[in-house]
Ligand binder design. Sequence first.
Ligand SMILES: Cc1cc2nc3c(=O)[nH]c(=O)nc-3n(C[C@H](O)[C@H](O)[C@H](O)COP(=O)(O)OP(=O)(O)OC[C@H]3O[C@@H](n4cnc5c(N)ncnc54)[C@H](O)[C@@H]3O)c2cc1C
Length: 442
Amino acid sequence: MKAPIAGWGNHPRIETSLASPRYVDELGELLSRATSCIARGNGRSYGDASLNSQLTVATGHLDRILDLDLDNGQIRCEAGLLLADLLDLLIPRGWFVPVVPGTSLVSIGGMAATDVHGKNHHKDGGFGRFVTDMEVLTGDGQVHHCSAENNPELFAATLGGMGLTGIILTVTFRLMRLPSRWIRQTTVAARDLAEIMDCFESRVATSYTVAWIDCLAGARARGRSLFFGGEHAEVESLPGAYQQTNANWRPRQRPVPIHAPSMLLNRWSVGLFNRLYHWRGRRRPQSELVGIAPYFFPLDSLANWNRLYGRRGFIQHQCVLPLESSARGLEAILKRTASSGQGSMLAVLKLLGDQAGPLSFPMRGYTLAMDFPASKASLALLRELDAIVRDHQGRIYLAKDACASADDIRQGYPALDQLMAVREQYQCRGFRSLLSDRLALS
Ligand SMILES: Cc1cc2nc3c(=O)[nH]c(=O)nc-3n(C[C@H](O)[C@H](O)[C@H](O)COP(=O)(O)OP(=O)(O)OC[C@H]3O[C@@H](n4cnc5c(N)ncnc54)[C@H](O)[C@@H]3O)c2cc1C
């Protein structure tokens, strides 16, 4: 039976046969019933990456931990395991995952398939850097072990490969020691783009760095932002009450019960929110202790926050620009966004480090992510922003995308041919998504 599904942005929305196998053994028979399919983790990619209108294979039940070695900090698990569930186990035992995205509600397979970056990418690279081995079910019906030594081309193309090399069954990766459940956060208010870029570049030694940026600020305050640096706090440096390790790290979730009317988010309401948020940020203590959830996963406390954008959903535009062209490119993107009046409350700036695999999104430079309600006007704006990205030799993040063109992606990812060669070699043409069809990657 067909069911409606969408990515986190609720745009686009399609009907599909959604299969939820309980055991890996069921996959062979399942895949033989369809000519095309795509794997889906927890559906936290924003656009159409985890959607196939014929068969979408949800991995949520394939979530077993197969081996956990806490002497050496290594885990082997099924790909559907939720990061939040894994952290429930690790945090009280003093361990953590070395790269986490901005939400804990993602599957480990989804993290590998998009090679997620965290706030520490400038220092530590992406999640893929900590993956030592994967088992992947490819289109030839075989399960292949892959690693840097074993089937290395399949390994490289699968990390960040958006599910197009097959279904990741298991992931083995390294863990990191967690000194305490607290992050020592430093907040710095920047008045404009030059100040915030200086802030990032003078703090490259800081473990975690990220900034909220006011993308509607006018010319004189363009790039006005709040920088949040973070370091794991050592337990000995903490006041007594903070030293407890077994308290629940997860935030209490408050629901957004209904879709908000889309007219609530307009130039005036967003502009006012942004000014107030920056004003409040300037008054925060420069240094404070913040818990793991509010520092790494601030939006997880609001369940279904995607409903705030209304029934029509929203699209996130996330690009990265090379360091050399970042200042010019960011200026152009922010100028165009502010003049359109369509800027978002959730605009995030980060400094990324070097690229890893051929399809990994990060490159050394700045990444800017902004949310826009799905509408004709914002789609037109996004096409203009894509052109600016292209002119500055940048690229779009496929895990957020819902509207880029095949040409944009070809230019942004010059090593795409390596993915296509692996798809041929492992007979993966049947693994396709709405995203891969739109971008001529199928
Ligand atoms: C609030 C929020 C904050 C975010 N912050 C960040 C961030 O800081 N950094 C970042 O990099 N990303 C970020 N993301 C994006 C998110 O981390 C990625 O989209 C991640 O892939 C989502 O995991 P998922 O399990 O929900 O995957 P899905 O959305 O279900 O799938 C994503 C892609 O992975 C593929 N896939 C999933 N499971 C498998 C599998 N077992 N085998 C093969 N392919 C598979 C799918 O086919 C699809 O192409 C954020 C998303 C949200 C909602």
